[in-house]
Ligand binder design. Structure first.
Ligand code: ADP
Ligand code: MG
Length: 476
């Protein structure tokens, strides 16, 4: 535990979902094959011009509205000039002067507490190409060049690695729920710049910040922050705080440390100016209102609903909202009239476990809510036991057949009292010796009788009712 207060600000880059790229008609789609989603604009062929993708603008505005940001009156772009092999134009089209959103905030839950995270701005820009480095050559893949990116910049208001990751997780869910992005770190869709400084407890003056660029997983964000807090605290403890300088570093996965890339003195002057190839235009207010109306129910709203209205535990609610697929599946169960806790239990205990075991997603899961209902209805009526329910669940998945096929065929429980009475009467009159032994104190013979009933009914007797009748007949 550091004796200093940590201050963290994040710049989260997230690739958006869209049919085509933000300024060209090349497909915006992940591909194992290099250089197949490429149009001349993406490679900066002379004479080509960017055309702004309306779907990307709509999603950027949607993100801005969700974050409660102020929208600009006009939409336009800026040129950020620098040279790098993955940037054939020699500049990136981004938004600097009037981003699509400023001054927003979102509420997150972290370690049992609510916290409001302030958003400095969110802007729309294009991704660069990607490079693969080998021992003697480097290869450039233009599939990523021009992929739409949303960059979200927080205020320096986060105070721990836990909070930073909770924020990123919340944003990932929001992007997924609003269909703005798949937000999949495994596909490299999210990259963060992590800014960290420390200050004395009670001080109002921010310390010197260090920027760690291009951190590519939430785990690495967590480690980066803790490493920097420790590094900076140690220097401060030793009276060497002047060695903490405003600089850009990178996270080294192998050692779990950060390494200097460049100091402020080598900072690049991007010579920003308004991008002349994309006309500035007024954002239509009616359109903005339409987009506002399309904001879906967001993960945190759903979580609060599950806890406060459906009576789920916070733990269970958190599992269900983890992905939109889970939450949608759950809500479909509820709308079919399945009991809220029963549905949550089945989803968490059986379905998610099954998905993990089979490594498939809910989209490829055979038992749609309507099928799950067939099982849970019988369970509720008491015609099948919970053990049988689980068996039907497994069988139905195995054979990809509706549960009701198995319910009517061989799993139907015998719960009819008259039928069971007759069976039990027969067993009692055929086992007089055991009955006498039971009555004279060998009460562990009870299970023997239950076993006889099960044998007679091929396991279909409802165990609860069977035991009630047996007790009644043997004990009186
Ligand atoms: P720069 O001018 O270096 O780009 P900005 O003020 O634009 O810096 O902020 C960039 C990011 O750094 C933001 O996410 C912001 O919250 C964060 N940041 C700014 N000052 C600090 C600080 N003292 N400690 C930690 N993060 C900071
Ligand atoms: Mg940036």
């Amino acid at each position: 535990m550091s004796k200093y207060k940590a201050v963290i600000g994040l710049e989260m880059h997230c690739e958006m979902k869209s049919n085509t790229k933000v300024f060209s008609s090349a497909r915006n789609e992940f591909s194992e094959l290099a250089n197949i989603n490429v149009r001349p604009v993406d490679m900066a062929f002379p004479g080509t011009l960017p055309v702004l993708n309306k779907e990307c603008v709509r999603k950027a505005i949607l993100a801005s509205l969700i974050l409660g940001c102020e929208l600009p009156e006009y939409m336009y772009f800026d040129r950020k000039n620098y040279y790098y092999p993955d940037l054939p134009k020699g500049y990136q089209i981004t938004q600097m002067h009037d981003p699509v959103g400023i001054n927003g905030s979102i509420t997150i839950d972290c370690e049992g507490k609510e916290k409001i995270i302030k958003i400095h701005d969110i802007h729309l820009e294009e991704d660069a190409a990607s490079m693969d480095h080998f021992s003697d050559v480097s290869l450039i893949n233009y599939n990523r060049a021009g992929v739409p990116l949303l960059e979200l910049v927080t205020e320096p208001c986060l105070s721990s690695a836990e909070e930073a990751v909770a924020f990123l997780e919340e944003m990932r869910k929001i992007y997924q729920y609003a269909d703005i992005s798949e937000a999949d770190t495994k596909k490299g869709q999210i990259r963060c710049d992590v800014n960290v400084s420390i200050m004395d407890e009670g001080s109002t003056e921010l310390g010197t910040k260090v920027e760690v660029k291009n951190v590519n997983s939430f785990g690495n964000v967590f480690d980066t922050i803790n490493y920097e807090i420790e590094r900076q605290s140690k220097l401060k403890d030793e009276g060497r705080y002047d060695e903490v300088v405003q600089e850009t570093r990178r996270f080294d996965e192998e050692t779990g440390t950060t390494i200097r890339m460049r100091t402020k003195a080598d900072a690049i002057d991007y010579k920003y100016f308004v991008e002349p190839n994309i006309p500035k235009y007024k954002i239509d207010k009616t359109w903005v209102e339409e987009i506002r109306k399309s904001i879906p129910e967001l993960p945190r709203e759903r979580k609060l609903k599950y806890i406060n209205e459906y009576g789920l535990s916070e733990y269970d609610a958190n599992i269900i909202i983890k992905t939109k697929d889970y939450a949608d599946y759950y809500e479909e169960c509820i709308s079919l009239g399945i009991d809220k806790k029963q549905a949550a239990n089945y989803l968490i205990v059986n379905i998610i476990a099954y998905l993990n075991k089979e490594a498939i997603s809910l989209k490829d899961f055979y038992l749609k809510p309507i099928y799950l209902k067939q099982i849970l209805d019988e369970l509720e009526k008491g015609t099948i036991s919970s053990k049988q329910a689980k068996e039907i669940f497994n069988k139905s998945l195995e054979e990809q057949k509706e549960p009701k096929v198995f319910i009517s065929k061989d799993n139907n429980q015998i719960s009819d009292i008259n039928t069971l009475n007759n069976i039990i009467d027969n067993i009692i009159s055929n086992n007089i010796n055991q009955v006498n032994a039971y009555k004279s104190g060998k009460t562990n013979l009870f299970d023997y009788f239950v076993g006889q009933v099960m044998k007679e009914t091929k396991g279909k007797a409802n165990p609860t009712i069977t035991k009630e009748i047996l007790k009644d007949k043997l004990d009186n």
